[in-house]
Structures are given as C-alpha cells and as structure tokens.
Design a protein around this ligand. Sequence first.
Ligand code: HEM
Length: 526
Amino acid sequence: MSYALNNVNSLRTDVILSIWLILPAIAIFYYWKWSRSRTVRLINAIPGLKPLPLLGNILHMDGNHDRFFQTMSVDWVKKYGPIYRVWVGLRPFVILASPELAQAILSSSKNNTKTSDYLHFNKWLGNSVMLSSGDHWKNRRRIVTPAFHFQNYQSFIDVFNEKSSMCTAEFERIIGTQGDTEIDISRPLNKCALNIICETAMGQEAKIEEEKDVYPSNVHRFCQLFIERLGQPWLANEWIYKMSSMYRESERCVNTLHAFTNKITKNRRELLERCAKKNLDVAQNGAIVEEKPLSKSRFAIVDRLIEASNEGADLNDSGIREEIDTITFAGFDTTSTAMVWFFFLMAKYPEHQQLIVNELDSVFGDDRDRPCTIQDISELKYLECCIKETLRLYPSLPGPMRTLTEDVELGGYTVPAGVTVIPAFYGIHHNPDVYPDPEAFKPERFFPENSIGRHPYAFLPFSAGPRNCVGQKYAMIELKIVFANILRRVRFTASDPNMSDACRIGLVLKPKYAIRLTVSKRDKND
Ligand code: HEM
C-alpha cells in the first residue's frame, strides 16, 4: 500500500516537473519563432531603441517623468528620425512625426480604423462615430455632420456668449470677494466648457452644482483608466481585464456618465414633445417662452439626431445616446483643456495678452458687455493666431492610434498590416524642421504671409483627412468668443513666469500640475 502510494506521489512529482519544464520550453519556442516572424523583422528594421526580451522598451518610457512627451516626441525624433518604433512588451508602435508621414495615414480611406484599445471606450460611447469604422462609421458621420451646418451657428454663438459671460462673472465675483487673487483656473473653465456643450448638444446645461464636478471627474478618471490599462499589456485581454479592480472602477464611471446624459436628454425629449403638442418654442435653458413654431427655437444637436431618426436614418434611441455621449465628451475635454493652456500662455507672455486686448478694444471700443457677433469673430485675427499657436504647442489630442489594415510603405520602411501607427501631432508641432524654434510661443507663425508653403498636414490639432474633427469650426468659434468675453474684463498674470508646462500622460494633453494664475479686474483704461 505504502509502496503504491509512493509510486503515485513520485508520478505526480514527475508530471508536475515535466509541466514546469515543458511549458517554458513551449513558450521559448514560440517566442523564438515570433522573434523571427516577418512582422518583427520589418518592425525592427525601423530605427528605435534596442528592446529588451519580453519587456520591449517599457523601462525606457517613464510616464511619471515631467518630460515624457518631449522625450517621446522630440528627443527620440531627433535621435531616430521622423519614423521610429517602440515596443511595449511584445506590441510594436510606429511613431510618425512628419507632415508627409502623417498624411500618408490620415488621408487614406483604408487605414482609418481605430485600434482595439479604443474598445475600452465602447462601454461608454458605444459604436459611435468616434469609435466605429467602415460603413457604420460612414453612416454615423453622415448623420452627425449636418448638426454642424452653418445655419445652426447662431444658436451655438448665443450659447457661447451666454456661458462665457457667466464664467467672466464668476471670475469677477472671486475678485470682488477676495481682491486680486491666485486661483486654479481649471474649475471655472471646466464649468464653462461643460455648460456650453450640454446646452448646445442637449439643449440644457447641467443644473446642479455638484453635477458639474461629477461629470468632469468621471471623464477624467475613465480616461486615466484607459492609459493605465494601455501600460499593462496583459489587461488587453478582456477576460483578464474583467477580473481586475480597474474594470469595476471603469463600470462605476460609465454608469455615472450614462446617468448624466440620460437625464439631460430625457428632459430635452420631454420638453420637445410638450412643445410639439402645443406648438410652442423652446428657448434658453429649456424654458418655454412664447408661442411660435418649434423650428424657430434655439437649436440643440440632439434635435438633429432625433429628427434624422424620425426621418428613417439608421439610428435608434441608444444610437442617439451614443452620439450625444461622444459629442459631449469630444466637445468638453478638448476645449476645456485648450482654454486652460491658452490662459497659461497669456499669463506667461503678457505682451501677447496685451496685443489681444488692443485688438479687442479696436473691435468693441470700450464696450465690455456686447456679445460677440459673427462679424466680430472674423475681425479677431490676432486672437485666432494665438489660439492656433496654443493648439500647436499643446494639441488637445497629442496623437491618435490607427491599426493598419494593409502593409504600408512609410519613409522607406514597410510597416506591416495589423501594426499600430501613431501620427504624432505633438511631435510634428514640435519638429524644428516644420516649425523653427518650436518651443517658443510665436503667434505670428500663423499670419497669412508666414503660412505660405506650409504643408497641409503640418498643423493637426483637429487631425485631417476623412476622419478629421467634425466640431473643428464649432471649437474655434467657441474658443474665440470665450476668450474675447473673458479678456475684455479680466487680466491673468503668473507669479512664476517659469511655471512648469509638464503634461500628464493621457488621451487628452492636460497640464500635470494645477495652473494657478492671479486674476484681476481689467480697468477701463487698461
Ligand atoms: C479644441 C477642441 C477640439 C480639438 C482639439 C479636437 C480634436 C479632434 C481630433 C484630433 C479628432 C480626431 C481623433 C482621431 O482621429 O482619433 C477629433 C474627432 C472628433 N471630434 Fe473633435 N476636437 C475638438 C472639439 C470638438 C468639438 C467641440 C466637438 C463636437 C461638439 C468635436 C467632435 C468630434 C467628433 C464627433 C470626432 C470624431 C470624428 C470621426 O471619427 O469621424 N470635437 N477631434
């Protein structure tokens, strides 16, 4: 009996030992085979840092470092050229930092498929225009685009004026109670951008004060989780990811974000139905004001989607929610971040702030209350150059990720199908061959006479090609109106002109440290 038991035990030990020896042997064999595959050979022909076995270049990429973006997009471009590769574990990324290389990808109708990493966003944004590809994307893009038609801009402009005046009043209230004072400018600007997008997209602003914090903080956390997941390649597997605490946290964020848009769109639908029944008009902040046809009311993007759906477009209720969530996200985080960087630069370069104020005085005289009109917007040319220079230095989206659907020749290298390429907007905008003295704030780069001959893919804050930003014009007008209204009444100064411009690693290029600026009232004769 004991002899038989010993035999069983020794057999079990042998089996376990064999598994321990065979499994690594199989893994080594596959790794050896993979390292000789065509994809790996082609990728390693592209210049880049020497990868470590299994880890690739993970140890070279310090996401906590203040110069992370400069290292990836400037230092390595200088060292390896405008096309280089990095390995994150066993996954290669090919970075493209010249206008010509970016054009090869962005102008192609074939290689505009988003990488599977963006699936992280599906839970929240579904299969919306921003995430989908192929015919589904074409259909959604066709439905969403008319919402940004010229005829809807007067409604948008009214909202931009109204909400930025509220934001100015908030700065003035702070100055009124605390005198000239240093504040973190992101909170009032976040609130302004959120009010604008909620009202233009869904016809209602976020009413309750705490909702205004809940939405940005959940958007922020959800995007952070996306980056954290990207840095842990094993979590790319949905099955493993679903067992992680990160998954549970992202579910909580999504539920909160859905509840937010559900509530506001539901209110809008009910209001539209009530008004349609009584043939009343919907005016500011959802109040029913006077009897006139619904068509004359202030337009909201959701109305266009509901209309398209009623006219038989392939868009049901959850499709409408997906697009509204997407537009709210795309239109909020990008613009609020651009606002923060703009005032950061205004405080850092007061001479440019003064030039903008001079321009505002020449357009508005000493009227600091008049809302901006379409005519004013076209006259604010120096302000426009400053906005463009802000977006050049700090493009809200530093670079999208695309999966190649076929082999592509890029810069003399064959990049194989299936690989992730990143047209690096930040890298192109900071490339000295494209923009001499790239770290300097020089709005005059965008004067018409200085833009002659610039490559059409040299300035990419809104991307380019068939998948460019649908809200580009909306965003530029929004930023102009917000800045024109605030800068007519408030001055921004920095106690430390050398304050850090370190960027936080993330989907949207945000400042790593809070931007604290002194706000003061602009005098009549300033
Ligand atoms: C400063 C503000 C903005 C910047 C810098 C910006 C930038 C971008 C960029 C770079 C893309 C391409 C993303 C990619 O290829 O992965 C994009 C796409 C998009 N943007 Fe914007 N955006 C801004 C504001 C807005 C606004 C205000 C809206 C809507 C109200 C909007 C709606 C969209 C949508 C729906 C897409 C997806 C288009 C598609 O895939 O076909 N964006 N944006």
